[in-house]
Structures are given as structure tokens and as C-alpha cells.
Design a protein around this ligand. Structure first.
Ligand SMILES: Cc1ncc(COP(=O)(O)O)c(C=O)c1O
Length: 389
């Protein structure tokens, strides 16, 4: 039985030692000057990752809370909303808007396929004036990266004043999502993903267009009131008692991210994604998302071999090697497993996972060529694939 647990989930993700040490600092006064400095450093750091000059609010909540905050702060009951749905999290965004009384049209694509700008264009060309469009950047349930820049462009060309609300809970920090350049109104992200923190903090960027909508929005709000958060942020505080320890960790995490640089962060995630995809293919396994341009940089969805229960595969992998990978969600539950590679991971983590997966498949009676998965993953590391070490 493996005792060393190696989580490879699409959140929560591992935390660097330096972050873990920061989390154990003694409490301070969240209304005192020391905390003000931390809030300001964290806010600047997260804005850097978001590539935004808009207001950036840090909420003590999970990603779903931040999604709810986006809806309730800018919309009113009865507002027409278009939800672009490519998986379970897209459905959740639509469900939140419905729960607060929005009139939601859901545009759903088959699981594993992206929302394309063409589909969005033809939907918008039907002529409905939507108050907001809800998008998922990285659809974690199907391990899919939506072409968000192209989608945002199509929306803006047709509906210049419509709010674009983006669930980037798992995508922020894995693939470029320049909030200002794409003219996105509210973009939410979660700490337990590429931010390398434990769960408990979430972020929301708020554009001038979103603040204008906030003035007239009638959905009920209290804890998540952006206006209160903005007023307190001006003093370097939060309206309610925040998860102080997580702010300690976030200050360190954003420093580490800045040291790596945006380009380094995005290239690393892309490389790890390529390694896992190549490794899985080398083992003869089928990927949920076939086209690389739509492959999530955060998580890879892989079909278990024909006739094998992915739950058995995951259980065996964990029992023997300690690797904890995620199951499928919704209609993919009984067929796929998902390997997280967002946040604090490197190439050696991926090589280890692929090697362990290979041994697990062999132990479950699969006919795989020994070393084929690792060789394929390793090849992604080489300057040219033909070159040997
Ligand atoms: C794309 C996406 N949206 C929303 C969520 C929900 O976040 P949380 O579980 O932190 O509420 C997740 C969590 O995995 C996610 O991946």
C-alpha cells in the first residue's frame, strides 16, 4: 500500500513548501496595518496573472461562490442570459443564474467538444439582446479549453454592451486569459487550482461595464456584495473576516508565480499537458479531447481501456503508487479518469504518473508495451523529438 499520497487532481493541487510554511503563521489583526500590506501585495499579484487593470476582489469562498458573486452583482431577475455550456461547470453557471431568476438560454455542445465562435455567432445572429453571456474558460469536467478569445470577439462584435462573465476557476494561470485585452467583464478564479493554495479563496475581476451594471442589478446580494468588497479593498481590507492564513500563503504564491513569469507558467502547463497526452496515447489510451488546441492545460481526460471500470483503475493506481487522479463527471463518470497537471507540478511528476499508470494497467491485465508511455512522454521533453539523450 502506497503511503505517500501524490494528488494529481484538477484541484485541490499541491502547495509549495514555502506556501505551506506561510499558512502556519500566527494570526494577525485583519483590520491592522500588517494585513493591509498583504492584501495589497496579493491584489497586485493576482491582477498581474489576470493581466488586468480592473478592480480585483478576493473573496473567502470556493470557486462556486465566486461564480454566484458574478451573477448576483450584475444581473436582475428576468434578465435574458446566454449560457455557453460545454460540461458540468457550464451547467452549474447556468443553474446559478436560473436560481436567482435569470431567464437563461443554454447553448450546449456535446461533451468533449468546444464551444466554437461559429456556434456562438449563429446563436447571437438570431437577434436576442442578452444582458450577459456566461462562459467557461477551462471546462474541467471534460478537460477542455474553450477558444475564449475568439468567442469573446464574436460576442463583442454583435453585442457591444452585453456583459461577458467568465468562469476561469480552473483555467486562470494555466493558459493565457488577458481579461482586459479580451474585454471580459467579470472573471472568476479559484485559489486551489493554478494559484498553488489550499481551497478557500476565490477572485473576481470587475470591469467598468460590470460596475455600471452593478448600480442597477436587482438580484439579492449581501455577503458577496462587490460594492462592499471594493470599499474595503480601498482600505486594504475585506468586508468580513477573511481566511487570513490563505492570504499569507497567497502572498508567497504570487511571488513564486511572478518569479516564473507569465510565459514560463503557460509554457510549463502546455508542456505537462503534452507529456500526459503523449504518455496516454503511448499506452494505447484514448483522450476525451482529441484536438490539442482544445486540450485543457489544467487537466487531461482519458478513457479507461474498453471494459475496464475507471474507478478500479484509479483505486489500484492509488493503492499501489499513491497517485490520486480524478474520476469523470456527469455522463463521463463510468468511462473516463482525469489527471490534473495545474499548479505546482513539473516534468518529473508527469513521468512518474505515466510510469505508474503503465504498471497499473499491466497489473490489471492490459496488453501494453513496457516503457511505451514513458518513452512517448519523455519525447515531449526533447528539443527535437528525433533527438536522443
Ligand atoms: C471550471 C470550474 N468551475 C467551477 C468550479 C467550482 O469550484 P469550487 O469547487 O471551488 O466551488 C470548478 C472546480 O473544480 C471548476 O473546475
Amino acid at each position: 500500500m502506497a503511503e505517500h499520497m501524490r494528488i494529481m487532481l484538477p484541484g485541490p493541487t499541491p502547495c509549495p513548501d514555502e506556501v505551506l510554511r506561510a499558512l502556519s503563521r500566527p494570526m494577525i489583526n485583519h483590520r491592522g496595518p500588517e494585513f493591509v500590506k498583504i492584501v495589497n501585495a496579493c491584489t497586485e499579484g493576482v491582477k498581474w496573472l489576470y493581466q488586468t487593470k480592473n478592480d480585483l476582489l478576493t473573496l473567502t469562498t470556493s470557486g462556486t461562490g465566486a461564480m454566484e458573486s458574478a451573477v448576483v452583482n450584475v444581473l436582475s431577475p428576468g434578465d435574458k442570459v446566454l449560457a455557453l455550456v460545454s460540461g458540468e461547470f457550464g451547467k452549474r453557471f447556468a443553474a446559478i443564474a436560473r436560481a436567482y431568476g435569470a431567464d437563461v438560454d443554454a447553448l450546449e455542445v456535446p461533451y468533449g467538444e468546444p464551444v466554437t465562435p461559429e456556434i456562438v455567432a449563429s446563436k447571437l445572429d438570431e437577434g436576442t439582446r442578452y444582458a450577459a453571456v456566461l462562459l467557461t474558460h477551462n471546462e474541467t469536467s471534460t478537460a477542455l479549453l474553450n477558444p475564449i478569445a475568439a468567442i469573446a470577439r464574436v460576442i463583442r462584435e454583435r453585442l457591444p454592451d452585453t456583459l461577458i462573465l467568465v468562469d476561469a476557476v480552473s483555467g486562470m494561470g494555466t493558459a493565457p486569459l488577458p481579461a482586459d485585452e479580451l474585454d471580459l467583464d467579470v472573471v472568476v478564479a479559484g485559489a486551489q487550482k493554478a494559484f498553488m493554495l489550499p481551497p478557500g479563496l476565490a477572485f473576481a475581476s470587475v470591469s467598468p461595464r460590470a460596475w455600471e451594471a452593478y448600480q442597477h442589478a436587482k438580484m439579492p446580494r449581501f455577503y458577496f456584495d462587490y460594492g462592499k468588497a471594493r470599499d474595503f479593498l480601498a482600505k486594504g481590507q475585506t468586508p468580513w473576516t477573511p481566511a487570513i492564513s490563505l492570504f499569507f500563503g497567497l502572498e508567497v504564491a504570487v511571488r513564486l508565480l511572478r518569479e516564473e513569469g507569465l510565459d514560463g507558467i503557460f509554457k510549463r502547463h502546455e508542456r505537462l499537458m503534452r507529456m500526459v497526452r503523449a504518455g496516454a496515447r503511448g499506452l494505447g489510451l484514448k483522450l476525451v479531447v482529441s484536438e490539442e488546441r482544445y486540450a485543457s492545460r489544467a487537466v487531461t481526460g482519458i478513457y479507461a481501456p474498453e471494459g475496464m471500470d475507471p474507478a478500479v483503475l484509479r483505486k489500484t493506481l492509488q493503492a499501489r503508487f499513491g497517485y490520486v487522479v480524478a474520476g469523470g463527471q456527469g455522463p463521463l463518470t463510468s468511462t473516463i479518469f482525469r489527471v490534473g497537471h495545474l499548479g505546482y507540478y513539473d516534468e518529473a511528476d508527469m513521468l512518474g504518473l505515466i510510469a505508474a499508470l503503465e504498471a497499473t494497467l499491466v497489473s490489471l491485465g492490459e496488453d501494453v508495451t513496457p516503457g511505451a508511455g514513458v518513452a512517448a512522454a519523455q519525447a515531449e521533453l526533447m528539443p527535437t523529438k528525433a533527438m536522443a539523450w
